[in-house]
Design a binder for this molecule. Structure first.
Ligand code: ZN
Length: 170
């Protein structure tokens, strides 16, 4: 439970409520195997509370630092995305609905933690393949990668795929 990224549930009046969250470098430390190393993201969040539902719409604005897929050097990627979450307030586990992201919580819960929701949608907003613009990759690393590819040296540790290639060639 991360209080920093939680909104109140119990005692929250029906109607619209607005929150602003900031996601910095330490946010992603809590998620194992995160591809994001650093982040500076503002999350404007509108929350609509009704008797049995909470609807959350978050707008993400900022950037994250990831590894370039080509040269492995740091790469800053913009994050501009929007995500919605419907939270159903039910006493018991309801039926699943795949069409829309819905979570159910007991209405007596004091707060709703949005950390996982934020993490998922920041990560989902990023493209599968992330590289520096042409010519902006670390030239030394590119040279080392090219040399390693040419030699097929089994001792070269630059890319994890060399190990994989070795296994596949057996
Ligand atoms: Zn690069």
């Amino acid at each position: 439970m991360d209080r920093e990224y939680s909104v109140p549930v119990k005692g929250l009046k029906s109607g619209m409520h607005y929150y602003n969250f900031s996601v910095g470098n330490s946010f992603f430390d809590n998620f194992e195997n995160s591809i994001v190393h650093k982040a500076a993201i503002e999350i404007d969040t509108a929350l609509e509370k009704s008797e049995s539902w909470i609807k959350i719409v978050s707008r993400f604005h900022g950037n994250v630092t990831v590894d370039c897929d080509r040269c492995l050097d740091e790469l800053i990627m913009p994050v501009e995305t929007e995500a919605s979450l419907l939270v159903r307030l039910v006493r018991e586990e309801g039926e699943e609905n795949d069409a829309i992201e819905i979570v159910s919580i007991d209405p007596s819960e004091t707060v709703l933690d949005l950390s996982q929701f934020f993490y998922d949608y920041i990560t989902l907003s990023l493209p599968v393949h992330m590289v520096h613009e042409e010519g902006l990759c670390d030239p030394e690393m590119i040279l080392r990668l090219k040399t390693a590819e040419g030699e097929h040296s089994p001792s070269d540790n630059v890319s994890p795929f060399f190990k994989l290639n070795e296994l596949l060639n057996l």
